[in-house]
Design a protein. Sequence first.
Length: 437
Amino acid sequence: MADDFKVKNGISQKLLVIVIIPMLLLTAVATIIGYNLTLSALTEQLKKELTTAAAMTGLTIDTLVPGDYSLTGDESLSLYKGETDITRRYELVDTVGEATGLELSLIYRDTRILTTIRDREGLRVVGTGLADQVKSKINVSPDGLFYDKTLINRENYFSYYYPLYNSDGTFTGAIEVCSPYSPVASLAWRSVLITSGLILAVMVLLIVLIFNHNKSSNIAIEKLLKFTKLASSGNDSAELDSSVISRDDELGSIGTSVLEMHRSMRDMMDKDALTKLFNRRSANRKLDLIRSHYEKDGKPYSVAIGDIDFFKKVNDTYGHDAGDLVLVTVANLLQKHLKPLGFVARWGGEEFLMVFDKLDLAPSEKELWNILEEMRATEIDYDGTILKVTMSFGVVCAPELPQDDLIKLADEHLYYAKESGRNRVTAFIPVEDSPVE
């Protein structure tokens, strides 16, 4: 039965999806954009470092070995700078390479003569040529060339090419300064992943908060569903959990509205529309409850039926609106006296049922006389005409009797009050003496 009140729709799941998908997309977009921006910033910084290292390498070589570049030799060519053979003077590039952590090469025309770059066997990759895109541009680029991806020895590098010229202005080659691409890309990824991780952490926290909120909302919805199903099935004792009403959100407002609607519907079913007293249906149910208390603890209760004297005359003389005003006035007076002692109901027409809970006959009779005394003094103003009415009551205290018999007995006492002159309370019917034989 408890599963009948479970929330079976996917509101919570849909809400989580609505939040999660945009957050995941945001994370993906932020990661891609962040990676590109970070890589761009690192590339720009590295470009400056490569440019500086290239200029420093060119200056170092010119300082250590002055003169112009030239190829000399018959069978095997050697690269000279001035009068010095520098074909195997690797220290000219190793010194700067060790100081900067960069890869350096001295390129004559389009061939690497000196280099710090080594292959997988540890051999220097001398004699290798330039990439085609570099060959076509380097000799006409006095400010040098920078590439963010240059394939050298089957590995991508950031590379900067610093052009070299002899004293007569002839292009002779370039200083190539490189840095492996993959470490920089990895650094960019690590930086972005930290940011993405923070975004994901916030997203997880948001999901947890939404889940907890949804869990609380689902519990409230289940309680609302349970209450509405019980109420719609006619269960008048159904009560809405106070935790729903106390919520400071839409569900709390809905709960309050549902509760008010239920109370209004219950009043419509249980209350007389004119007097707002309990109707006959609800009076029987309340009397059943009082009787069950008597059977449990043995405390007595009294039942009375009252009838407005000459009520038909009021209707015939002044109209039904005047009669309704009299009924409402009488109902209010009875309710005032009975509310702390039990309950009063409109039994039908101008008749009222009064039940004195946990009171036996004497105090119940006394209270009815008090009611009658106040009623005699009450003036009802109907369009300037003062109306005064009285009532007749029959009251009994016989809780051991079945409910129908008890009410019938109270009705017999009322009949006796009417027959004996009205405007009175009858608590017992005197038994006439048997005739003497």
